[in-house]
Design a protein around this ligand. Sequence first.
Ligand SMILES: [Zn+2]
Length: 229
Amino acid sequence: MFHKIDPERQDPLTVSVQQFEQRLQWLIDHNYQPITLKQLVASIDQKQSLPARPVLITFDDAYVNNLTYALPVLQRLNLTAVLFVPTAFVGQCNQWDGCTEPLMTTEQLKQLAPTFELALHSHQHLNYKTLSISDIQADLTQNITACNALEIPYVRAFAYPYGGRPKDPATKRAMQDAMQQAGIRLAFRIGNRLNRFPVNNRFEWQRLDIRGTDSMARFVRQIRFGKLI
Ligand SMILES: [Zn+2]
């Protein structure tokens, strides 16, 4: 899971271009096989097999810097990635985080194909951990309506903002039912663990938080072992 890519800056949400390239090159050199979100959905829905050492490269929030800096690196290395888009903020800025960064316009999102697949990252970028079930249902509906209105192909997969899901088991089940009804096939939390196959719950895929403040050695340990203590 990546967020921002910048030529120089490195912080928990920002990986420099050089770090990004180094990390992807390490995956290639160690025979990790990047898969698409469509392949992952088909592996569950149609029991299609995945290559050995499958890895899915994902980005949250749709920062313009992904188009400017991540796209050329992915193209050069012949890799694909997924972009999870919070639809209320297309062409605006990350309002949930002080509007520090521009987010892609519809035109910019279109320029990502075929390297990036698009998918859902909620409508308002609110934390589903703190929302009522009716607010979650309303946000999901708006998210899908807005994504359809962009008229860009997308995969019915979802990444929870902040990785947040309701704590209460009944609310969580109701949220998963709402996702199922909305045609959402998979959802991603953070969790920082590797996923086991077959997955126990299609709405609880885990992702590794790749930070610009972490060393290359830590990245390698994350990829190999998942949770680091
Ligand atoms: Zn986000």
